[in-house]
Design a protein around this ligand. Structure first.
Ligand SMILES: [Mn+2]
Length: 468
């Protein structure tokens, strides 16, 4: 496909995405009191470390980024029903930094763009776009900015409107699906390089760097800090270090690699976990890795729209119980192991979460646009997605099994102790844990598309070199 036709398709997808956002916002405004004629959305501000002049890495707020794909602080979007949206691009005179904002036609043509040299210039500009009697709501973190614009407190971040928008964000447009697909495709090169470095005996630092290098991404650009965990570290759910070894590489020292690493495409995230075992490792652990992969496959194949995601979470625990029995780690009946919280000790996190502009995307527990919440089951408080599966949702499926000292000790110390084969559990502790995670798109026809295993290529896939 030529660059020209690719950009035309991108522009069409984005135009239709933006039309959908305008409909959603127009409907959402009927929920706010005292009515609204306009909404100003703020991307967010830079924040500094305490008593320091170094800023924390910036990330634009999802509800801004969904409109304007510019991941920069202090940018503004003005929405007025029925009118072309206005993008206030704040580009300060700043010779310390590169202040240029790239505005490719495929999205820029959807906006009236007003370039300002400072946030305070917005005070003069806003009245030119909205009449004095106009009721303007403000969304975003910049409460002080809203106050400087004389927007009353009751019109700053009204909960009813935010709930409405969070709820709607779960339904991805075709444009958003293509971005999520691209974030998956670009992450895969990194995962392959990480596996190669693991087998070569690289340490966590080298594996991490191999991932970044192959997927051409910087640490600060990642959707979340990658988890690169060797051996026992893979049982630490949010392991945050990148351990460095001294001396030569030691292939035999690498028994297991759990790598949870994603990518971003114009703000949209992927979230992918793989677990690799060195050949010749403990056969039961190798069987567990295969087993978790099989469980993940079975769940994905059984997904259908209109089903409860929570039911799949419960089904995962039953499957984990079966696997623990099959591998000789646990004794008894599967349902009993689930009911007594024994599978919870091996799998304390949820089956997955919504995915979008945030890696744990908003709205995963909302049952209606009015803000009602579906709480997770009492015994699984960490489950982040309790919403029924519907067309155009994108979520992760990430079962796991971990040997976590503190949780297993709880079992060892009470009347559940005889349900587990402790010598085998002890033998498996040095292998840490397993998680396998893919990103799933529930298609409008009710079928599931695994964006991680079946990368979308061809006309729907944005290549960064072309799209930019
Ligand atoms: Mn995840």
């Amino acid at each position: 496909m030529s660059v020209l036709s690719h950009n035309m398709e991108t522009a069409e997808l984005f135009a239709s995405h933006l039309a959908g956002l305008q409909d959603t916002m127009t409907q959402g405004l009927t929920s706010v009191k005292p009515g609204a004629d306009a909404v100003l959305i703020h991307s967010g501000s830079l924040h500094y470390h305490f008593a320091d002049d170094i800023a924390k890495p910036f990330r634009a707020w999802g509800h801004f980024l969904q409109w304007v794909p510019v991941d920069r602080p202090d940018q503004f979007l003005l929405f007025r029903p029925g009118q072309k949206p206005v993008y206030f691009a704040v580009i300060p005179q700043d010779f310390w930094h590169d202040s240029h904002i790239d505005m490719p036609e495929w999205w820029a043509e959807q906006f009236e763009i007003v370039v300002l040299s400072s946030v305070s210039a917005l005070c003069e500009q806003l009245p030119r776009h909205i009449a004095p009697q106009c009721v303007c709501h403000f969304l975003g973190e910049g409460r002080d900015i809203a106050e400087s614009l004389a927007i009353p407190d009751s019109q700053i971040n009204p909960k009813t409107l935010l709930d409405w928008l969070d709820y709607a964000r779960a339904y991805k447009s075709r444009y958003e699906i293509s971005r999520l697909a691209e974030a998956n495709a670009t992450a895969l090169a990194g995962h392959q390089a990480a596996l190669d470095m693991f087998l070569m005996g690289g340490d966590e630092y080298e594996i991490h760097m191999a991932y970044l290098n192959a997927s051409r991404i910087c640490d600060d650009e990642l959707p979340y800090p990658s988890i690169v965990a060797l051996n026992e570290h893979s049982a630490i759910l949010h392991y945050q270090h990148k351990q460095r070894r001294h001396g030569k590489r030691e292939p035999d020292a690498n028994r297991v690699l759990l790598i949870d690493a994603g990518h971003r495409s114009w703000g949209y995230c992927s979230d992918i976990t793989r677990t690799w075992v060195r050949p010749g490792s403990h056969p039961v652990f190798a069987a567990l890795v295969k087993g978790v992969e099989r469980i993940q496959n079975q769940i994905i194949r059984s997904l259908q729209t209109e089903q409860s995601y929570t039911d799949h979470h419960h089904a995962t625990h039953t499957a984990v119980a079966d696997l623990l029995i099959e591998t000789g780690i646990a004794k008894g009946h599967a349902q009993d192991l689930v009911d007594r919280g024994i599978t919870y000790a091996f799998l304390p996190h949820g089956l997955g979460h919504h995915l979008g502009l945030q890696v744990h995307d908003v709205g995963g527990k909302l049952s209606s646009p009015a803000g009602q919440i579906i709480p997770p089951p009492d015994q699984y408080p960490a489950l982040r997605n309790t919403r029924p599966i519907e067309a155009n949702m994108v979520f992760t499926i990430e079962p796991g099994i971990y040997f976590i000292d503190s949780l297993l000790n709880n079992i060892r110390q009470d009347d559940r102790a005889n349900a587990l084969n402790w010598p085998l559990v002890e033998a498996l502790m040095p292998y840490g844990g397993i998680r396998i995670e893919d990103n799933i798109w529930a298609k409008p026809d009710g079928k599931m598309h695994n964006l991680t295993r079946r990368p979308i290529t061809g006309s729907l896939l944005f290549r960064p070199d072309v799209a930019a």
